[in-house]
Design a protein around this ligand. Structure first.
Ligand code: NAP
Length: 127
């Protein structure tokens, strides 16, 4: 993955793993890091550019894709862990037999749409 000089969009960058990944991207030489968040005022990581982005809102996804059209790297982090068969199953085999993925995501999983919009951008490469 090319971080040095990259322009990245991290969804859910206001807290948790997303905030940490945004910070690390800057520390590792990313040129620019956009931090997507439902409330852009909550993106407080120094150097991260706040972008309003609720990944379940198609209009906001489209607007963010436009705002961050120079992004070469997408960290599709935003999400809610609603259930984990890994924890609920009696053993690991039972967890693996449960429909994948092991972690279930928010019901309509608009993160996939965010990823797809950005993946179509010519500057974006699969890593
Ligand atoms: N931590 C783990 O052990 C673990 C394990 C497996 C998977 N994950 C996944 O990794 C990601 C980050 O985990 P985390 O522990 O940092 O979670 P977290 O602390 O709960 O943070 C979730 C982030 O996602 C954002 N978010 C939720 N729904 C959103 C939406 N509709 N639009 C935009 N942003 C939204 C939240 O924003 P708000 O502040 O607005 O709520 C927050 O920034 C999540 O997708 C989580 O499901 C985490």
């Amino acid at each position: 993955m090319q971080i040095q000089g990259a322009t990245a969009l991290v969804t859910g960058a206001n807290r948790g793993l997303g905030q940490m990944m945004a910070r690390l991207l800057l520390q590792r030489g990313a040129h620019r890091v956009y931090g997507g968040a439902r409330d852009p005022r909550s993106v407080r990581e120094p150097g991260v550019i706040p972008v309003r982005l609720d990944i379940t809102d198609p209009a906001q996804v489209a607007a963010a894709a436009e705002t961050c059209s120079d992004a070469t790297l997408l960290v599709n982090n935003a999400g809610v862990l609603t259930d984990s068969p890994l924890l609920a199953a009696p053993d690991l085999d039972a967890a693996r037999a449960d429909p994948p993925p092991l972690c279930r995501w928010s019901p309509d999983d608009r993160g996939a749409e965010t990823a797809e919009r950005h993946a179509r951008h010519p500057g974006m490469r699969r890593c």
